[in-house]
Design a binder for this molecule. Structure first.
Ligand code: ACO
Length: 270
């Protein structure tokens, strides 16, 4: 399928979505939200193993489009309601709980609303030239659309409030220090580092990975007692769905001595 504002490519079991409005630094206009909803529904159903999201040109994503998303719809019938619903759907209804690993490959500017979906990607690797900022305060709004909530979960309070209240951009090394991202690499190595992580993830049993991720997401809002019960229930469900795949893992270690679980993955394709 082709889209107006994004490119979707598949190679070696990895789907890459590239935000493709470089003339606007990949700011998210309403059409981009509609396109992302459709593209993520497609990725959810396809047989790719890993999703990578990145940006075209020198920008990852300059946040919401200040003109087309915020200013122009003011006073129009419906305003920005449809676009906002689409934004919430792709970021939180689809990307956050996509049953496969997701990696943000941050190639440049990353501002405002881009933090919402950066935060819900499972992993983030940035080029050393990337810059991150919660610029909302710089033009008179608050970081909304889940951004304040998500950065407060991801970062230490002092780091989150520094970003939120100063609007000061930080470089990729600082972003890695405060754990906004997993890693920072020289620009030319970003594609290789991203695909290297995707290759590692592809070695794992995809069904087990999907359960790991679902349990991690849901556990965030549970008490310890609830989490213990939920994890047990999910373990039992995985046993049924995967036909006790872990018996293979145990036998390959105990009987075949073909691998060491502390250091590598069992052969789940057997
Ligand atoms: N919304 C709409 N248009 C944008 C956005 C945006 N968020 N970001 C960049 N653009 C447009 C610019 O208006 C400009 O368009 P024009 O060529 O038609 O004038 C084009 O992209 C290039 O931008 P420049 O400012 O010329 O590029 P420069 O490299 O000098 O600066 C930077 C890049 C730092 C990203 C700057 O454009 C900027 O500050 N953008 C706004 C970032 C921001 O604050 N985003 C958060 C929005 S709030 C939210 O997401 C909730």
């Amino acid at each position: 399928m082709t889209y107006e504002t994004i490119l979707v490519e598949r190679a070696d079991d990895v789907t890459t979505i590239t935000l493709n409005r470089p003339q606007a630094k990949n700011a998210m206009n309403p059409q981009m939200h509609f396109d992302m909803c459709r593209a993520l529904a497609e990725v959810e159903a396809d047989d790719s193993r890993v999703l990578v999201i990145t940006g075209a040109g020198d920008s990852f994503c300059a946040g919401m489009d200040i003109k087309e998303y915020f200013y122009d719809p003011e006073g129009q019938p419906g305003g920005r309601t449809a676009a906002r619903k689409a934004a919430f759907e792709w970021m939180f209804g689809r990307l956050r709980i996509l049953p496969k690993p997701t990696i943000a490959a941050v190639n440049g500017w990353c501002f405002g609303g881009a933090f919402a979906w950066l935060a819900v990607c499972d992993f983030a690797i940035a080029s050393e030239t990337a810059k991150f900022g919660l610029s909302e305060v710089n033009w008179g709004i608050i970081p909304a659309g889940g951004v304040t909530k998500l950065v407060s979960q991801l970062l230490a309070p002092r780091d989150a409030l520094h970003l939120i209240m100063t609007g000061e951009p930080i470089g990729a090394r600082r972003a890695a220090e405060i754990r906004l991202i997993n890693d920072v690499v020289p620009s030319e190595q970003l594609p290789r580092a991203t695909l290297g992580l995707a290759d590692e993830l592809k070695k794992k049993n995809p069904t087990v990975l999907a359960y790991c991720k679902e349990v991690f997401r849901v556990d965030q809002t549970l008490t310890l007692e609830e989490a213990l019960a939920f994890e047990s229930a999910k373990w039992a469900e995985l046993d049924v769905v995967s036909k006790k795949t872990w018996h293979q893992g145990a036998l390959q270690f105990k009987q075949d001595r073909s691998y060491r679980p502390g250091l590598e993955s069992y052969d789940w394709k057997k």
